[in-house]
Design a protein around this ligand. Structure first.
Ligand SMILES: Nc1ncnc2c1ncn2[C@@H]1O[C@H](COP(=O)(O)OP(=O)(O)OP(=O)(O)O)[C@@H](O)[C@H]1O
Length: 746
């Protein structure tokens, strides 16, 4: 549900208590409301939940609706077969269409809707909490801020592409051939400037147009006949928008001519469908060439009145003539009054009709008698007269008449268009994908991203946090490397507070999502693995505020991670075990870590617990890293250390005194601090001694070296493109390394 941002949630009426027929978001709920509905209300606070009669949730009716409404294209048969035994999907479809009919007064033409059954497979699972913490689609502190991955990558022109981008970031694809096809397109766009600009110009013409909405409103008609002038005006606007869209398709197709990548060629085919030209013909035959869309005022009204060509329908021509005469009458009335009073009245068109206006500066004394509804606005008098009102009413009648007649004509055209509506859906999909990939290319050029590879090893050289890159002052962001393979699948990351641990973890998640979405990545080089899930336990400020529930939260997300993680998952854990006593924290963290190590998922585990380094490092696939910090002279602002934000090999040393430095900054009495230091140094010394004794036994070292050798050899076998001679030299180096380790650990 998070993927598609619901605007309204329908539930069976038996799920909500009888007392509240419409549940306002966050409203009072009686106990009889089902747990599911309660969860939905909590999770989607601002989304209204509305009950639909239980009898409308019928799988048979759902299948009937789909059978009747699904567009006649090559996927129709497959869709019908796939959904035929999906009880819940069918019941929900039935309730949805019944709701449209009974509450929204909307009925769809047969074979007019694109209906697909989309499997969840084929995308990476990202839970909503992770999406929030990584700021995938919205900033955590301010909803309006564009500092999110979506904000950084969104340069789309159309609403469908923005929606596709959102869904892509929340559920990146896991089919490697599909990712590669997207990357090929982005690469071609980045490299061929001319094609890049031509596509941009064509997309610009579609600026802010939403095909999908337009197409479904073409397919919809009112369930009960209430033909109003307002609805008629809406229809005319739809047709004018539709014409802009179909006219733009040949331009887009031309921009794509000669493209090298397969995906761009497919997109070109989809937007060159001859049925689109047929639709263009239908619209052009009946609509005026030059009836462009106006924003408001009389221009906008006239655009609708004159949208249908002259001589197309006799009655319409007559109605328009009347309308024109009525407007003429109003202008005549104005000139007469100007002459009579010798005052420069002007006419202004408002929704309710014409009114007179007069600049206050042009009037000495009072308005002449006989005017009504006098108001003052921005230095002007605005007013009417009985005569003007009468003429307005006549004009309005004529206007309504023309719009209703126009709508009748347009209804007939729409009926013809609906036959080929499948082509419009295809074009919409094609444009959305193209617009999104163009947007990726644009972001890649702007910020110097590189094309990622998929090799199974996670190797990033000089990776940059994409969101921080947009916020930090130029030159202050420290790029970092990542290297994670089977032999080093569990990485412990240490560093004092504020040293950049979370940023490092988040950067790994964000870059993986970008790569799997088919976008270039902010790094000098990036190699990735296709993951089935991105699972995280990331701390954020929210948690701190609700510190009481931190532990419960931690355990809930840990349970989720343990339940869902597989060998192909990417797991990011930031400071587990903070919400409980240190001993318990270490115990729980250790147990969870061991489970993940056994699973062989790729795990990045940031922790403050030194003990974990000791207990976990014996395992062959565990690697220790830390974020470097330099001791400096103590000042009031730097706590005596300078953060370098650079990831380094090996465990962190001497972290314990950092807390003491902080304490001194907080003005703790000197004797308390010196006692704390004495105890802390003794404890550190004892701990160090213990660590020394137990630290990585020789067996562990050998095991680790052998595992590394295995990965290096497999990789060389799978991916090396070196000439034989160099490959031999390369492999010989492994031999020297392993011999050295074996001798040292005899
Ligand atoms: N690579 C980097 N380059 C530049 N600045 C960075 C980098 N990484 C982190 N920072 C800065 O350091 C601040 C703290 O980073 P971060 O929150 O990642 O630290 P942390 O070690 O996770 O801290 P804590 O343990 O308190 O959660 C960030 O807000 C950011 O401004």
């Amino acid at each position: 549900m998070h993927l598609h941002r619901p605007c309204l949630v329908l539930v069976p009426d038996t799920f909500v208590s009888l007392s509240d027929s419409t549940l306002a978001a966050g409203g009072q709920r009686a106990d009889t409301t089902s747990l599911l509905v309660q969860c939905i209300l909590e999770e989607f606070e601002s989304v209204p939940v509305e009950p639909v009669l239980r009898k409308y949730w019928s799988d048979a009716a759902g299948l009937e609706f789909i059978n009747q409404l699904c567009v006649e294209d090559d996927e129709r048969a497959a869709t019908l077969v796939t959904v035929s035994n999906k009880y819940y999907a069918l019941s929900a479809a039935s309730a949805l269409f019944k709701h449209a009919e009974t509450k929204l007064n909307t009925r769809f033409a047969s074979a007019s809707l694109l209906i697909r059954y989309v499997q969840v497979e084929g995308t990476m699972m990202i839970d909503p909490e992770t999406a929030r913490n990584l700021e995938l689609v919205s900033n955590m502190t301010s909803k309006r801020s564009s500092h999110s991955l979506f904000g950084i990558l969104n340069h789309t022109y159309t609403a469908m592409a923005a929606r596709l981008l959102r869904v892509t970031l929340l559920a990146p694809i896991t089919v490697q051939s599909a990712i590669d096809a997207r990357l090929d397109v982005v690469e071609e766009l980045v490299q061929t400037e001319e094609c890049f600009h031509e596509i941009k110009d064509a997309l610009k013409m579609l600026n802010k147009l939403d095909f999908d909405k337009l197409i479904s409103s073409l397919a919809a008609s009112e369930a009960r006949e209430t033909s109003s002038a307002k609805a008629a005006a809406g229809r005319v606007t739809q047709m004018l928008n539709l014409r802009s869209i179909v006219q733009c398709m040949p331009i887009l197709a031309k921009a794509l001519q000669g493209s090298q990548t397969q995906l761009l060629q497919i997109i070109q085919e989809m937007v060159s469908d001859e049925r689109l030209a047929k639709i263009e013909q239908l619209v052009s035959n009946s609509l005026n060439e030059n009836s462009m869309l106006h924003k408001g005022g009389l221009g906008a009204v006239n655009a609708k009145v004159y949208a249908v060509k002259a001589n197309y329908d006799r009655l319409l021509d007559v109605a328009r003539e009347t309308y024109k005469e009525n407007i003429g009458d109003i202008f005549t009335l104005n000139s007469e009054l100007v002459q009579e009073h010798n005052l420069p009245f002007t006419l202004v068109y408002q929704d309710s009709g014409f009114v007179f206006t007069l600049k206050k500066a042009d009037l000495e004394g009072e308005l002449p008698p006989g005017f009504v509804n006098v108001t003052s606005r921005k230095g002007k008098w605005v007013f009417s007269s009985v005569d003007l009102k009468k003429r307005n009413a006549r004009m309005k009648d004529a206007l309504d008449e023309t719009l209703i007649l126009s709508e009748k004509i347009i209804q007939d055209i729409v009926a013809d268009i609906v036959i080929d509506i499948g082509a419009l859906y295809k074009a919409s999909e094609a444009v959305a994908l193209l617009d999104m990939l163009w947007s990726f290319a644009h972001a890649s050029i702007l910020r110097n991203y590189v094309r990622p590879e998929f090799t199974g090893t996670l190797a990033i050289k000089a990776g940059r946090h994409p969101i921080l890159e947009g916020v930090q002052a130029a030159g202050t962001l420290v790029p970092n490397d990542v290297y994670c393979c089977e032999a080093s699948s569990f990485q412990i990351i240490q560093g004092p507070n504020m040293s950049g641990k979370s940023t490092y973890l988040r950067q790994i998640g964000l870059l993986t999502i970008m790569a799997m979405s088919g976008c270039f990545v902010p790094a000098e080089y990036g190699s990735f693995r296709v993951h089935d899930a991105l699972l995280t336990r990331l701390s954020n400020d929210d948690d701190m505020e609700k510190s009481l529930s931190t532990f419960a939260n931690e355990m809930a997300s840990s349970a989720m991670i343990l339940g869902l993680a597989t060998a192909d998952s990417l797991v990011l854990i930031d400071e587990l075990g903070r919400g409980t006593s240190p001993n318990e924290g270490v115990g729980i963290s250790h147990a969870i870590a061991e489970h993940l190590i056994k699973l062989r998922a790729y795990v990045f585990f940031a922790t403050h617990f030194n003990e974990l380094v000791t207990t976990l490092s014996r395992q062959p696939s565990v690697v220790n890293l830390h974020l470097s910090v330099q001791k400096t002279r103590h000042t009031t602002t730097n706590f005596g250390m300078r953060f370098e934000y650079r990831i380094m090999d090996g465990a962190q040393e001497n972290m314990s005194h950092y807390g003491l430095d902080l304490a001194r900054l907080a003005d703790l009495p000197a004797d308390v601090i010196s006692e704390a230091r004495r105890v802390s140094e003794r404890l550190t010394a004892i701990e160090a001694k213990k660590n020394e004794e137990s630290r990585s036994t020789k067996v562990a070292v050998r095991r680790k070296a052998l595992l590394r050798l295995k990965t290096q050899l497999t990789q060389a076998l799978d991916h090396s493109t070196l000439p034989d001679e160099d490959l031999i030299a390369y492999v010989a180096r492994f031999q020297t390394d392993i011999m050295r380790v074996l001798q040292e650990t005899l």
